[in-house]
Ligand binder design. Structure first.
Ligand code: ZN
Length: 203
């Protein structure tokens, strides 16, 4: 088999400490599942083998650190069950520890989601996906901020590179990797990704 040209989301690089095995019990989980399906349909979370390469989350309470995020190594093609999602309560960015409730590792980009919610209290949803069309969209309208360097997925360097250019932007390109789309609601984050992709397709 040919080696993939770019790094893929193969697993998690931090340690997860499970506080309990409880799956998220939040009515908004159905909306998050619907957005996972939408990202799959639009190829914003391209499958690598059976696993979808993307991760979506929503903040549980405004101002709080906790969020619900898609689990690591899950395929989004089929209807998702609640146990494919994990509640992240807190992160120790310095030591690479994620405190979570659930039965599987939270997404490999959990520390990125955590850092964005920390930096931006106005943000209630963080959607990370991949799109070659959006990656090609730098240096031309709609003028999307881009991280300065490529860093490997799940790394603290990647987290820092996004926070560095984030400011009050709601959409950031992660150099030669993917994008994050932010919103006050999941609908806003999802529609922003769709609209940005549409603009990037225009000549
Ligand atoms: Zn990614």
């Amino acid at each position: 088999m040919e080696k993939p040209a770019r790094e893929i989301h193969g697993g998690v690089k931090f340690r997860t400490e499970f506080l309990s095995a409880a799956a998220p019990a939040d009515a908004r989980l159905e909306e998050l599942k619907a957005w996972c399906a939408e990202f799959h349909k639009r190829n914003f979370a391209p499958p690598y083998g059976e696993f979808s390469q993307g991760n979506l989350s929503f903040r549980i309470r405004p101002g709080g650190d906790a969020f619900v995020i898609s689990g690591s190594q899950v395929g989004w093609k089929d209807r998702l069950t609640d146990d494919k999602f994990v509640t992240v309560q807190n992160c120790d960015l310095q030591n690479g520890i994620v405190y979570a409730n659930g039965t599987r590792d939270p997404s490999s980009e959990s520390m990125l989601h955590f850092a964005i919610y920390r930096a931006r209290k106005d943000v209630q949803a963080v959607f990370h996906g991949h799109s070659p069309e959006i990656l090609r969209c730098v240096d031309r309208p709609p003028d999307i901020p881009e991280t300065r360097e490529k860093h490997s997925y799940g790394s603290i360097e990647l987290v820092q590179s996004v926070i560095e250019v984030l400011g009050d932007a709601d959409f950031v390109i992660m150099k030669r990797h993917g994008f994050v789309s932010l919103g006050k609601t999941m609908e806003e984050a999802g529609k922003r990704a769709i609209e940005t992709h549409r603009l990037c397709l225009q000549e």
